[in-house]
Design a protein around this ligand. Structure first.
Ligand code: ADP
Ligand code: ASP
Ligand code: MG
Length: 436
C-alpha cells in the first residue's frame, strides 16, 4: 500500500482534478489524501473570522462567492448531468451548513466545523469524478478514523485499528480517497491538524497502515535548498535524511508541515516529495539514509519572540532553568531556541497567546526583556555542527548581519540563528550565495 497526498494547487481547479487519475490510477493499492482546493481554507478562515466579529452579512457574501467558485468547478469537471447533479446536491449540503451558523454565538467548535468543509468538498468532487470516469474508488471519511488524544497528538492506536477495520470493509478495492487536515479531538469534536496539516495526515496514515512509501505531491519539484519565496536561484535536493527534513520542516520550510516527518521516521517509511506539474522529475527522497557531510539547506521561521531573563540569582544556582521552563510548561508554550550566559538566559517562542502572563511570572526571577518580530534562520546538513570549517563559512556569509542568538551543537544537523525579521531576506540571500 502507498499513501499519496495532493496539496491545494494539485486539486486547485477542475483542470487539475482531471489530471489526477493519470497519477493515481494504475492498479497499485493506494490511499490518496487530498487537501482543500487552493484558497478554500483561507476563505473558510475569513468566513469564520467574520462570524466571530458578528458580521453576518459580510460572512453571507463571502460564503456566496465561495459557492459560486464551486458551481463553476462542477460545470467544468463533469461530462454527464448525472454526476454534475450528484456533486451539486452534495455541495448544497456543505453550503447550507456554512449558512446555518448564526454570528451571535459563533463558537471555536463551530469554527473548526467551518474549516473542515474544504477537504470534505475536494474529496467528494474528486471521488465523483473518478467514478464518472469508470474508476472504482472508495471515499474514506477521515472524521471516522483520524483522532487526536488529550495531548493533541495523533492517537495512533485508535487510527490504526479503525483504519484497518474500514479498509477491510472493501476487499479488493485498490483506491481509497480521504481528507487531509481534518480530524476529531479526544472529545469527538471536529478538529484539524493545523494549517498545512494534510502532509501530516498522509504521514500518520502511512505509519498507521505500514505503507511502503508516502508521497507528497505539490507544486514544486521537491525540497529546495532555500525558500524559493524569499531568494532566487534555489535548487531541488535529491536526498535528505529524516533528521534533516524534520529540522527544516520544523524551522519553517513551508513545503512540509512541521510535524510531518515524525510518524514516517518512527515507522521507517520513505517519504517522497514530487511535483504534480512535472511528475517525471525525481523530486526529493527523505529516508533514514544519510549522505556525505555537507550543508544541505536553509529555512526560516518568522513571528518569533525572544525573551531574555537576567538575574544575579542564576550565578551558581541549580534548578533556576527548571523554574523558568516550568513557567512555559504551565502555559503550554513550546520553546524553540535557548542560550545561556552566567547571568542570563535567552529563549524564543512562536506562540505568544500567553506572553503577558508568562512575562509576569518570569519577573519573579529577574529583569525580563522581550523582542518581537524576530526570525529563526536554520542551516541544516548532516553532522553540520561537527564538520570542520562549516560553521566558519556560515558566520563569514553573515558578516554584515546582526545576530541576536546562536544555537550550535543542540543537534548534529542544525545551526540556528536568530535575527531581526528585517534582516531575514539579506541573511538568506547571503547564505544562498556563499554556501551553495
Ligand atoms: P501544498 O498546497 O501542495 O501543500 P505548499 O504551498 O504548502 O503546497 O508547499 C509548497 C510551497 O512551499 C512551494 O510552492 C514553495 O513556495 C514553498 N517552499 C518553502 N520552502 C521551500 C523549500 N525549501 N523547498 C520547496 N518549497 C518550499
Ligand atoms: N487545507 C489546509 C490548509 O490550507 C490543509 C493543507 O492544505 O494541508 O492549511
Ligand atoms: Mg502544504
Amino acid at each position: 500500500m502507498k499513501v499519496l497526498k495532493f496539496g491545494g494547487t494539485s486539486v486547485g481547479s477542475a483542470e487539475r482534478m482531471k489530471t489526477l487519475p493519470q497519477l493515481i490510477v494504475n492498479g497499485d493499492p493506494k490511499i490518496v489524501v487530498l487537501s482543500a482546493m487552493s484558497g478554500t481554507t483561507n476563505s473558510l478562515a475569513e468566513i469564520a473570522a467574520l462570524l466571530h466579529g458578528q458580521k453576518q452579512r459580510e460572512a453571507a457574501a463571502a460564503i456566496g462567492s465561495l459557492e459560486e467558485k464551486y458551481v463553476r468547478v462542477v460545470a467544468e469537471l463533469y461530462a454527464t448531468p448525472e454526476y454534475a447533479k450528484k456533486a451539486t446536491s452534495a455541495l448544497k449540503a456543505h453550503f447550507e451548513q456554512l449558512r446555518s451558523f448564526p454570528a451571535e454565538h459563533f463558537s471555536v467548535k463551530e469554527e473548526r466545523t467551518v474549516l473542515s468543509q474544504g477537504e470534505l468538498m475536494s474529496t467528494m468532487l474528486q471521488n465523483l469524478y473518478l467514478n464518472e470516469q469508470g474508476v472504482q474508488s472508495v471515499l474514506l471519511p477521515a472524521l471516522s478514523f483520524m483522532r487526536k488524544d488529550q495531548r493533541d497528538e495523533p492517537d495512533m492506536y485508535f487510527i490504526r485499528e479503525v483504519l484497518k477495520r474500514e479498509l477491510a470493509q472493501h476487499p479488493g478495492c485498490k483506491l481509497f480517497i480521504t481528507q487531509g487536515y481534518i480530524c476529531r479531538n479526544f472529545l469527538g469534536e471536529v478538529d484539524n491538524l493545523k494549517r498545512g496539516g494534510s502532509d501530516y495526515s498522509a504521514s500518520i496514515i502511512g505509519a498507521a497502515v505500514g505503507a511502503e512509501e508516502v508521497q507528497i505531491w505539490t507544486d514544486i519539484d521537491g525540497f529546495h535548498n532555500n525558500d524559493p519565496r524569499v531568494v532566487e536561484k534555489t535548487h531541488s535536493i535529491s536526498h535528505l535524511s529524516f533528521d534533516e527534513a524534520s529540522e527544516l520542516a520544523y524551522f519553517g520550510a513551508k513545503i512540509l508541515h512541521p510535524a510531518c516527518v515524525i510518524p514516517v521516521q518512527e515507522a521507517k517509511i520513505p517519504l517522497w516529495i514530487k511535483n504534480t506539474m512535472n511528475p517525471t522529475a525525481f523530486g526529493t527522497l527523505i529516508s533514514a539514509e544519510t549522505r556525505p557531510d555537507s550543508i544541505k539547506a536553509v529555512a526560516a521561521k518568522d513571528n518569533i519572540t525572544a525573551i531574555k531573563i537576567k538575574s544575579g540569582r542564576m550565578l551558581l544556582a541549580y534548578g533556576f532553568i527548571r523554574q523558568i521552563f516550568e513557567v512555559f510548561e504551565d502555559y503550554r508554550t513550546p520553546i524553540d531556541m535557548i542560550t545561556t550566559s552566567e547571568v542570563a538566559v535567552s529563549l524564543t517562542i512562536d506562540d505568544t497567546s500567553n506572553l503577558a502572563k508568562i512575562v509576569d511570572k518570569l519577573k519573579h526571577f529577574g529583569v525580563v526583556e522581550v523582542d518581537s518580530n524576530m526570525t529563526i534562520i536554520c542551516v541544516v546538513g548532516n553532522k553540520i555542527s561537527e564538520s570542520k570549517g562549516l560553521a566558519a563559512r556560515i558566520f563569514n556569509a553573515l558578516s554584515d548581519i546582526p545576530i541576536r542568538m546562536i544555537s550550535f551543537g543542540g543537534s548534529r544537523h542544525n545551526i540556528s540563528l536568530l535575527v531581526d525579521s528585517a534582516y531575514k531576506k539579506p541573511a538568506m540571500e547571503a547564505l544562498n550565495e556563499k554556501l551553495f
